[in-house]
Design a protein around this ligand. Sequence first.
Ligand code: ATP
Ligand code: MG
Length: 408
Amino acid sequence: LPAMMQQALPVLDKLTEQGFQAFFVGGCVRDTAMGIPIKDVDIASSAKPEQVMAIFPRCIPTGLQHGTVTVVHDGVPYEVTTFRTESEYEKHRRPLQVEFIDRLDGDLQRRDLTINAMAMNASGELYDPFGGLDDIHHKTVRSVGDADARFQEDALRMLRAIRFASQFEFTISDSTWNALLHHRELLRFIAMERVQAELDRMVSGTSPDAALRLLSESELLRYCGTSLPDVNKWTEPVTTGMLSGIAEPDTRYAALMITKDISAADAEETFKALRFPMIRTNAIMSILLLQINMRQQAGELRLAWTEAVIQYGEEAARRWLVVVDWDKQHKQHAHHQCLLDWLNGMSAITLKQLNLNGRQLAEGLQREPGLWTGQLLKRLLLDVALGKLPNTQPELLKQAQIWIIEEQ
Ligand code: ATP
Ligand code: MG
């Protein structure tokens, strides 16, 4: 057993001492069987939620109606879920009825994929009624039981099948794939937040390129509840470079939109439809708007770049440079190093970084502060960022004085 599961053994032991069954389930069993590091440890038990809570002093009633209690042991939280079956799914997403049961098999049967429907006991023995281990060996993603029925119950499972297939570079079995194609339109019943969560795992995971290939082949995202503009275009696998060559998730989204030439309006509509947090949408949009600026740039490159960096900020600029470096066909690809050097050389990018503020400027020039102070500071900032002017108070004041005199 991996160390994280060994640490959780006392939780299993306490449950079995009280006469309940308890097993490791889900991702940790799958990842252990695959020989890869596990992320968290989930436990399934015949104990009902209130029985679990009676045994463990420290727990959180996470989802009592679904049978889930979070048990904190040695500071680590574990989800302990009562064996259950699900039935009568409401609108292809949530079970209307969950029934607690006392058999592990029934609990494994309600799970989505064979690789996710295995359990392990405290001695590390595997319970694998649906051939999950076999599918791992054959690198296959397969629904538990009848794929048609399973996707009709919960349409999110279609996206999960693609997520796991891409994450592990597995192939989706023929019958599961055909069922997925057949039931694509059921995705409209799934809340966009859940679509986003799965998509985000795909795009930010280790195999975004494989995920795009499957999303594109299946055209699954065309069937979302809120329609996504250009979705066929931006989910097309990228030819410019492997998306996995970019580290940050949000830079990956920006790279997709940029190489596929998606308009800013359509990109924004997409991230909003997907219910991205505002802060992420804004961060990605800054990269895209900077891109539009640089694409339209006609005059001097250094001036256009410096103005764009000041307008959209250093973070967007650095992320955009990552995209430019990655996309060999990008208009500015040849200038990447030069743009980066200029950026690294900017001693101020924001007014805050300028060694002169509005009050100091007004006092230095012995004039009443007003609209002019802000305008002058911006002009000074641009010259500092361009490397034309040292970022020191005396030099900044001197230059400001010259401009004032020139204007009179
Ligand atoms: P990850 O390592 O990405 O967390 P995981 O397998 O733990 O993978 P979770 O989303 O955390 O995935 O779900 C835990 C387990 O619950 C899954 O392994 C699966 O058995 C079951 N499960 C999750 N979502 C569904 C679903 N929509 N339908 C059926 N079973 C599901
Ligand atoms: Mg998990």
